[in-house]
Design a protein around this ligand. Structure first.
Ligand SMILES: *[C@@H]1O[C@H](CO)[C@@H](O)[C@H](O)[C@H]1NC(C)=O
Ligand SMILES: *[C@@H]1O[C@H](CO)[C@@H](O)[C@H](O)[C@H]1NC(C)=O
Ligand SMILES: *[C@@H]1O[C@H](CO)[C@@H](O)[C@H](O)[C@H]1NC(C)=O
Length: 222
């Protein structure tokens, strides 16, 4: 009886080890069959040019918590909703294979502020979000494909240099202290090279990038 209990406890402990999130910033998707380019549908992909570290404060890595943070750095639900369009997919090398961008992001968006949103669409920045949470690489990190678009009259295409520009704009807004509602954040950025190749090979619309992925570590400070 006692022996059985020990075995049951052992199995529980093992499954905790293998399914719970590990304390690492992220795992390199390319080392386990994944890619740092998502699949945009037409043969190319958007670079995953921002990673929100798995070592960030845990609430920031939840869907709701990240949306709150996104508002602190200048994004709004409505605008994200307008921008996302057809879903793209990414393979983060975590054993989940190719997974659509997190749909919860879109479902939470209301239409209340559509007017305001349409204004901000002019020259808008946007991102798609993927979570690295498969059991083979469960960092909990969020991988973002960030890009800057033309204004509406240009038909919503990515601007020349739009991946670098979108990333840099997001990062500039994110670093240091920011806040939304009652929550204050402190964000540190680090440039990573060697994850993405510089250039335009495989990149959606053939837009070249500098190959830099920025790692953001976001801490809630109050
Ligand atoms: C991904 O999105 C596409 C287009 O909406 C949909 O057809 C497909 O079923 C989705 N895949 C998964 C795994 O949800
Ligand atoms: C992993 O993340 C996806 C996308 O956000 C989510 O739908 C799924 O429930 C998560 N899986 C686990 C085991 O938490
Ligand atoms: C990170 O890379 C960007 C884009 O190449 C560059 O503008 C920025 O100065 C770099 N930051 C640091 C700290 O190296």
């Amino acid at each position: 009886m006692l022996g059985f209990q020990f075995i049951a406890l052992g199995i529980q402990a093992l499954s905790t080890v293998f399914t719970s999130r590990r304390a690492v910033a992220f795992y390199n998707p390319t080392l386990n069959g994944g890619s740092m380019l998502d699949n945009a549908g037409g043969g190319g992909g958007e670079p995953l040019n921002v990673i929100v570290s798995g070592l960030s404060s845990p609430p920031v890595l939840t869907d709701e918590g990240f949306l709150h943070y996104a508002q602190a750095i200048g994004f709004s639900f409505e605008c994200l909703h307008q921008h996302l369009g057809a879903p793209q997919s990414a393979n983060l090398g975590d054993g989940n294979g190719w997974v659509n961008q997190t749909v919860e992001l879109r479902q939470d968006f209301g239409d209340d502020d559509l007017g305001t949103c349409l204004e901000t669409l002019v020259g808008g920045n946007h991102f798609r979000l993927y979570r690295q949470n498969g059991t083979a690489a469960n960092s909990g990190a969020l991988f973002l494909a960030v890009s800057q678009e033309e204004d509406l009259e240009e038909g919503h295409t990515i601007i020349p240099d739009g991946y670098n520009a979108g990333r840099d704009k997001l990062v500039a807004n994110a670093i240091g202290e920011t806040s939304h509602g009652h929550i204050k954040y402190f964000t540190v950025a680090q440039n990573l090279t060697g994850l993405l190749a510089a250039g335009s090979e495989g990149v959606n619309h053939g837009i070249a990038t500098d190959g830099v992925t920025v790692l953001l570590t976001v801490k809630i400070v109050n």
